[in-house]
Write a protein that binds this ligand. Structure first.
Ligand code: MRU
Length: 327
């Protein structure tokens, strides 16, 4: 798709044409740079560019509330904007473009590093359960939760992935099953409500999920359904890991209670993907994310390594490492 206006960007993010925490951050940064480049080419003065850029950043930040990568990327863009504010408009536009490209390149490198750290956790594992889509289609690289799976496959290890459909929009069956199939990696799709029976009969060896926001204490917000997997994993003594870049860690959120959870429209549930599956009059509750408490998380894999409980100091350390020279 080509997205050339702020309205088009906001619509694409809200309707999930582009989705996944890291990828909406990259898209927003690229979009802001493209909008400003367009205005600058049309001869807009510096004051207008600056005003429009801040306005664009504010609208994009508000487009989806849970994934903190969105505001992380836009705050990076706004820092460049402040730095270049007194220079010529062409320089301002160029620097924003360079920053957006740097964010994209960083995400690609970050995914690979998450994969390298996560690979060690796959030792002796052949069946990985994941949820939603935290793969290549959610990032600018090889994904987060799926990154170790791609690297294991590259190395000739036999890894199979199990994925719940991920109601109501089916990111698991539509995206994860598709991208793993493209890579030649074995994938089994199950309904979300079959997961308890899966654990009872043939538990997976490990659970790998992505994250949309991780609080300072290690509570993990991710696609709704993740918490149920974590409870089952603990009940069946299966290790449960969240894999995410440090740009997903929000040290301002003390616990999961401080993470805003997006609620989406009733129609996503009532009409599924076209067919009506609930009565018009039924009240619908449609949170898009849930919070898994840190005590159920065996580790959080970032580009700087595997953080273990107590997460407070481990996450703060990873975030400060990320503020240094890029990986
Ligand atoms: O609503 P979505 O499809 O954007 O939700 C995506 C997820 O919950 C992913 O697991 C998360 O963003 C991690 S993506 C690497």
């Amino acid at each position: 798709m080509e997205l050339r206006t702020v309205d088009a960007l906001v619509e694409a993010i809200q309707s999930l044409r582009v989705r996944g925490a890291p990828l909406i951050g990259v898209t927003a940064a690229m979009g802001l740079a493209a909008v400003i480049r367009g205005l600058q080419s049309a001869g807009a003065p510096r004051t207008e560019l600056i005003r429009e850029a801040h306005d664009c950043a504010a609208r994009l930040k508000a487009s989806r509330p849970t994934a903190v990568n969105l505001s992380w990327a836009l705050e990076r863009m706004e820092r460049v904007l402040d730095d270049a504010a007194s220079g010529p408009p062409a320089v301002l536009a160029r620097r924003l473009g360079e920053e957006a490209e740097a964010i994209q390149a960083l995400d690609a490198r970050t995914c690979r590093r998450i994969g390298e750290h996560g690979l060690g956790l796959l030792e002796g594992c052949s069946r990985v359960l994941t949820h939603c889509n935290a793969g290549a289609l959610a990032t600018a690289g090889i994904g987060t939760a799926l990154a170790p799976v791609y690297l294991a496959h590259e190395q000739g290890m036999d890894v199979q992935v199990l994925v719940g459909e991920t109601r109501p929009l089916l990111q698991g069956s539509r995206l994860t099953a598709w991208e793993l199939g493209q890579a030649g990696i074995g994938v089994t799709v199950l309904t979300d409500n079959a997961v308890g029976e899966l654990f009872r009969r043939t538990p997976p060896d490990v659970v790998f999920v992505g994250a949309d926001r991780i609080a300072a204490n290690g509570d993990v917000a991710n696609k709704v359904g993740t918490y149920a997997l974590a409870v089952l994993a603990r009940r069946h003594a299966v290790p449960f890991y969240a894999l995410a870049p440090t740009s997903t860690v929000d040290l301002h959120a003390g616990t999961g209670e401080d993470i805003p959870i997006e609620h989406r429209t009733a129609d996503e549930v009532r009409r599924g993907l076209g067919a009506t599956t609930a009565p018009e009059g039924a009240t619908i509750w449609n949170p898009a994310f849930d919070v898994t408490p840190a005590e159920l998380v065996d580790g959080i894999v970032t580009e700087w390594g595997v953080c273990r409980a107590p997460y407070g100091s481990a996450l703060a350390h990873a975030v400060s490492a990320a503020a240094g020279p890029p990986p």
